[in-house]
Design a protein around this ligand. Structure first.
Ligand code: IPE
Ligand code: IPE
Ligand code: MG
Length: 239
């Protein structure tokens, strides 16, 4: 079982279009797939689930779609947090949260505070998030420490760098799922996905169901993770 599953939830717009609906109806329909993913991850023993909900590039979408999404985030928080809390889920948001409107920011702060002491599934939602932004702000943080004398340049290594990233408290994703048929990363967790297994499915996000989630988990179960070693070396360590 993967310890950490990350998902690029794509295909809402195409789902809506195929049904002759407006794009925001697709986003709305995607909420039930989020609910299912959280429940399934918890049931299967996945410890960390990270969902890409809105990228730094998504700000470029038409204004009405962006505001429909922001409203949907507020509404989903209003409706789902009680149940998440009851299920012992710990909720965290990552991204350039200062770019969000104050109403959404306060809902986020409320949800994080309410669930902060839960020790079940760690659910991270990436909003206004970009992998390059994440790396740039980590670089700035390290540069500041060097400039103020609290760190030497030569002390910068993988570990120190990762500690400044948004997912500093989360192990790297073991499995990345992208729905909607595209085989790209779209500026998601550029650093953290270095050794993730990648599963691309044509299923559109609103139709991503438990069977599809389980299929992704079986795909992962069939993988040998070698991290540069040979297959024989990995077998020898297992025995
Ligand atoms: C993913 O679905 C949701 C967000 C990016 C916010 P899309 O809205 O990208 O759906 P498609 O790719 O247009 O079908
Ligand atoms: C990626 O989907 C971002 C999210 C799912 C939040 P996009 O639909 O924005 O990706 P591109 O633009 O097709 O690469
Ligand atoms: Mg898309």
């Amino acid at each position: 079982m993967p310890r950490h599953v990350a998902i690029i939830m794509d295909g809402n717009g195409r789902w809506a279009k195929a049904k002759n609906k407006a794009r925001h109806a697709g986003h709305r329909a995607g909420v039930k797939s989020v609910r299912m993913s959280v429940e399934t991850a918890a049931q299967r023993g996945v410890q960390y689930l990270t969902l890409f909900a809105f990228s730094s590039e998504n700000w470029a979408r038409p204004e009405d779609e962006v505001s429909a999404l922001m409203n949907l985030f507020v509404e989903a928080l209003r409706r789902e947090v009680t149940e998440l809390h009851r299920n012992n889920v710990r909720l965290k948001f990552v991204g350039a949260l200062d770019e969000l409107n104050p109403g959404l920011r306060s809902k986020i702060a409320e949800a994080e505070a309410k669930t902060a002491n839960n020790n079940g599934l760690r659910l991270t939602v990436a909003i206004a998030y970009g992998g390059r932004w994440d790396i740039v702000q980590a670089t700035r943080a390290l540069a500041r420490r060097v400039a103020d004398g609290s760190m030497e340049i030569d002390d910068i290594d993988d570990k120190q760098f990762a500690a400044e990233l948004q997912l500093s408290e989360t192990p790297d994703p073991d499995l990345l799922i992208r729905t909607g048929g595209e085989q790209r990363i779209s500026n998601f967790l550029l650093w953290n996905l270095a050794y993730a297994e990648l599963l691309f499915t044509d299923v559109l996000w609103p139709e991503f169901d438990q069977a599809a989630f389980d299929e992704a988990l079986s795909y992962y179960a069939g993988k040998q993770r070698r991290y540069g070693h040979t297959g024989d070396q990995v077998e020898a360590i297992r025995c």
